[in-house]
Design a protein around this ligand. Sequence first.
Ligand SMILES: Cc1cc2nc3c(=O)[nH]c(=O)nc-3n(C[C@H](O)[C@H](O)[C@H](O)COP(=O)(O)O)c2cc1C
Length: 352
Amino acid sequence: MALPLRFGVWALTHGSWASRHHPLDPPDASWRRIKRQILDAQALGYDSTLLAQHIMHPSGDDQDLLEAWTGAAALAAITDKIELIAAIKPLLQHPVVLAKMALQIEEISGGRFGINLVNAWFRPELERAGIGFPEHDERYAYGREWIEIVDGLMAGRRVDFKGRHFNVESYQLRPGDRHRSRPSIYLGGESEPARALAAESADVYFMNGQPLEDIAALVQDVARRPRRSLPLRFGMAAFVVARETDAEAQAELDHLFVIGERDKPTRARLVANADPEAQMFKTAAKEARIGTNGGTSARLVGSYDTVARRILAFNAIGVELFMLQFQPVDENMQRFAEHVIPRVRRLQKQAA
Ligand SMILES: Cc1cc2nc3c(=O)[nH]c(=O)nc-3n(C[C@H](O)[C@H](O)[C@H](O)COP(=O)(O)O)c2cc1C
């Protein structure tokens, strides 16, 4: 049986997910901008959006940034179909508070909310706040305790938890989730502890965009791990360049690389501030790309037909949710909805 296939867009929480110097797409992380982007995405038929979480902008603390959770709550109130996923770094919020916030946004949205558990890579954000930056695997050990509490509370259970980091006694949140058992749990990360935690605690494992064979290996590795509940599902981030022909798409990609030259100093600073143990950056160092979180490494670059076929190839190996980036955003989000999504649906029908 064919897997479900859904499309999402990265909300512009960071102002831009590609060049910060594109003449037609200057960074804009204002609420006004993001509200318009997500209302447009919903109207165009996108199924989901992801609000990434940073408190300090990784491209520089002078850059504007939308706060993910208050942004998600506001979007919940003004949308009615699109799924809203907000990222959360466990070190930034106590699990009982976070679970309460998640249940509130779930209620406001009428059952469309998900959290994306991310275990942090940007050191200054936590260090300069005085929170500290535990080493890589220790962050995941903290995240493991944290998500167990959040999961129980979001599911309406009374939670007793005694661990190395948390001591929660007979805690229960009301109201619980009136729409389903609890909000969705996504997890994004590539390292071994990220994979283990995803299999243990997530509903959906979110991957950075990579070539098909690498994603197939990742999916196989994570899917074979024991589960306590339903089978794990898979999502992938990707930057799309789709045009009438492969040649036009390639020319546009080349153009984006030229524009991106001006971002190199910022990018170098960002990498210097990242945890060198973060697997995401080790993978990213393998090749140049446009976009974040794998970006064009997923090869969703080509004619509308090429991109539609590649999406179906990823879907055939298990990827259900495609969380997409574009530049310029508005024009290309629309182009993808008009030209690629209908082709994917048509090809899916033919194959059925
Ligand atoms: C789809 C996706 C979204 C992510 N969003 C965020 C985010 O909002 N904030 C953040 O700090 N890290 C984010 N990450 C990064 C990872 O959560 C993780 O911190 C990073 O990959 C380092 O962990 P690793 O060594 O397990 O890869 C995201 C990763 C993926 C795959």
